[in-house]
Design a protein around this ligand. Structure first.
Ligand code: ACM
Length: 515
C-alpha cells in the first residue's frame, strides 16, 4: 500500500512535470520581440519546424550569397547544434530555408528584405545580398536566444517586410585610450551584426596610443603604441590583423571606417617622431585623459608627407569608401593653421580614393565634395557644414555617447555630457534633433564608445548593453513606429539573448527584465 502511494505520487509528479515543461508552440509571429522593430509583420498562424534535416538553399549564380548561407548555418549550429547541408539551386525549393535575390522594388532598397516563413519553407529574398543578411538576423530572433537541444526549433509563420530608415547605422570603438584585441573587436562586430548595424568606426590614434602599423613610419607603433591610459602596455594591429578585422566585418555587412585623429589628439605620433613637432623635439608618452594639448606642426612639409603615407597605407587595406580624419578639439592649433591643415588633409584623402569624414569642427575648413561631418557637440559647426554641402552623421554626445554613465552610480564611464539612461538613449530622433538639419542632410546615426575608463571587453559590454540595440533601432526603424513604453517590453525579452551571449549588461531599473 505504502509503495503504491509512493508510486502514484511519483507518477502524478511526472505527469505534472511533463505538462508544465511542455513547450508552447509558437504560432503568432507578431508576438516576437524583434529589435530593431521591422516595418511590417503579418502572422499566418502556423508553425515551421527546423530540424536536423533542414537544408539551407541559396539561389545559384549570385555572388556572395553562398557566404551568407554559410553564415546562417554557423548560427544554426551555435543555436541548435545542427549542421545543415548548404545547396545552391536554380529553382525555389519546396522545403527548407531559401535565400534569393531579385527585383523587389525601390522601397526595399539596398538593405531591405522580405522574410516569408511558411509551414514547409522559409524564403528570405531581397534586392541585394545585404538584405538577405539582415533577413537572417530577423529570422535568428525568432529562435531561442542561446543553445538548445530541444529540436525541432519551432517558428511561427508569417511575412516580414522590412527596410531601414537610414543607410548608415554605426558604432565607434576607441581602441586608442585603451587597446582591445582582434578577438574583442570581432565580438563587438558580432553585436553590431545581430542588431543590423552596418558601420564600425575604429578610433585608431589619439594622444595615448597609435594602434595601426604604418610600415613607412614604424616608430608610430613601436613607441606610440607602447602604452595606454593608466600606463598599461597598449598594443597595435599589424596591417594583417587590421585586414582580418575588415574581412570579418565585411562578412557581416559591416564597413570599417578607420580614423586617424589630427591635427590634435596626436601626442602618440609626436612622441614617436621628433620632426612632427614644431620645436623638433619628441614629446613624452602620455597616459592621462585630458584633451586638447597636442598638435601636429601644420606649417612643416614633413607633416604632409607623414599624413600622405598614413592615409595611403591605411586606404590600401580599407575597402570601405570612408577615411575619418578626426579634427576635434585641436585647442592649441591656431584657427588659420587648423583650416590650412584640414584643407590639405582632405585633398590627400581624396587622392587615395576615399571620402572624408571629420568631427563637426572640420566645418571651419573648405569642405571637399562628398565630405561628411560627425555631429557630436556643436550645432553651429554642423549647420555651417550643411551650408557647405556636407552630409551629417548624428552622434550627439548627450544622447549617443556609449561612454556616458547611465546614472550617478555607474562605476564606469564619464558624465561630462550628462547621464544617459536607457530611455534617454532611445527617446530622440536624428532627423529632428537639431532644428534646421533634416533627414535629407543625414547619412545616419553612430554611437561612439570612448575608452578612457573602459579597459576590457566586459566593460565594453556593460556600457554598450542595453543601449546599443536602442541606437540600432533608431537607425533602422522610422520615428513614428518607435515608442519607449513598447520598446522597453521588447528590450526586456532581449535580456535572455544578452545572457545567452554572455554579455555583461546593465540591468536598468527602467526595463521590466524577466527574472
Ligand atoms: C569627441 O568626443 N571629442 C569627438
Amino acid at each position: 500500500m505504502k509503495n503504491n502511494l509512493v508510486l502514484s505520487a511519483i507518477m502524478a509528479f511526472t505527469i505534472l512535470f511533463q505538462v508544465s515543461c511542455t513547450k508552447k508552440i509558437p504560432t503568432d509571429l507578431t508576438k516576437t520581440s524583434f529589435i530593431p522593430k521591422p516595418v511590417s509583420v503579418v502572422a499566418t498562424g502556423e508553425t515551421f519546424e527546423l530540424t536536423r534535416s533542414t537544408v539551407v538553399y541559396y539561389q545559384e549564380g549570385v555572388e556572395g550569397l553562398q557566404q551568407t548561407a554559410q553564415y546562417l548555418t554557423v548560427e544554426l549550429n551555435r543555436i541548435g547544434g545542427i549542421t545543415p547541408t548548404v545547396n545552391s539551386t536554380a529553382e525555389a525549393p519546396a522545403s527548407g530555408i531559401y535565400l534569393s535575390v531579385g527585383d523587389h522594388g525601390q522601397e526595399l532598397g539596398e538593405e531591405g528584405y522580405v522574410l516569408n516563413i511558411g509551414k514547409k519553407v522559409i524564403n528570405i529574398s531581397a534586392n541585394r545580398v545585404a538584405g538577405c543578411f539582415f533577413g537572417i538576423q530577423t529570422l535568428l530572433q525568432t529562435m531561442p536566444a542561446g543553445q538548445t537541444t530541444a529540436l525541432p526549433i519551432e517558428i511561427a509563420t508569417g511575412t516580414i517586410r522590412d527596410f531601414p530608415e537610414f543607410g548608415y547605422r554605426g558604432a565607434m570603438l576607441d581602441v586608442a585610450r585603451h587597446f582591445f584585441s582582434v578577438q574583442d573587436v570581432k565580438r563587438f562586430i558580432d553585436f553590431l551584426a545581430a542588431y543590423k548595424m552596418n558601420v564600425l568606426h575604429l578610433h585608431l590614434s589619439d594622444d595615448q596610443g597609435w594602434r595601426i602599423e604604418i610600415k613607412s613610419w614604424p616608430k608610430l607603433t613601436e613607441i606610440g603604441g607602447s602604452t595606454e591610459v593608466g600606463g598599461g602596455e597598449g598594443g597595435f594591429y599589424t596591417q594583417e590583423q587590421y585586414t582580418e578585422i575588415v574581412n570579418y566585418a565585411l562578412e557581416r555587412n559591416i564597413t570599417i571606417i578607420p580614423e586617424i585623429d589630427m591635427p590634435g589628439h596626436t601626442n602618440a605620433a609626436l612622441a614617436s617622431y621628433a620632426e612632427l613637432n614644431c620645436n623638433g623635439k619628441a614629446t613624452e608618452l602620455y597616459t592621462g585623459i585630458e584633451v586638447g594639448f597636442s598638435t601636429l606642426c601644420t606649417r612643416k612639409e614633413i607633416t604632409y608627407q607623414f599624413v600622405d603615407d598614413v592615409v595611403r597605407e591605411i586606404s590600401a587595406i580599407t575597402p570601405g569608401p570612408y577615411f575619418h580624419i578626426g579634427g576635434d578639439e585641436s585647442l592649441v592649433t591656431p584657427l588659420d593653421d587648423y583650416v590650412y591643415f584640414i584643407n590639405r588633409v582632405q585633398d590627400i584623402v581624396v587622392k587615395y580614393g576615399k571620402k572624408v569624414i571629420g568631427w563637426d569642427e572640420i566645418a571651419h575648413a573648405t569642405l571637399v565634395d562628398g565630405a561628411t561631418v560627425q555631429f557630436w557637440a556643436d550645432v553651429n559647426n554642423t549647420k555651417m557644414a550643411v551650408g557647405k554641402g556636407a552630409k551629417v552623421i548624428m552622434s550627439p554626445a548627450k544622447k549617443a555617447y556609449l561612454d556616458m554613465k547611465y546614472d550617478s552610480t555607474t562605476h564606469l564611464g564619464l558624465h561630462w555630457a550628462g547621464y544617459i539612461e536607457v530611455d534617454t538613449a532611445y527617446i530622440w530622433d536624428p532627423a529632428s534633433y537639431v532644428a534646421g538639419i533634416t533627414k535629407e542632410n543625414i547619412l545616419g546615426i553612430e554611437s561612439p564608445l570612448w575608452s578612457e575608463t573602459v579597459t576590457n571587453i566586459d566593460e565594453i559590454e556593460y556600457m554598450a548593453f542595453p543601449r546599443l540595440p536602442g541606437y540600432a533601432e533608431i537607425g533602422w526603424t522610422a520615428p513614428d513606429a518607435r515608442n519607449w513604453d513598447e520598446y522597453k517590453q521588447r528590450l526586456a525579452q532581449h535580456g535572455k539573448r544578452f545572457e545567452a551571449m554572455n554579455i555583461d549588461f546593465y540591468r536598468s531599473p527602467l526595463v521590466p527584465w524577466e527574472q
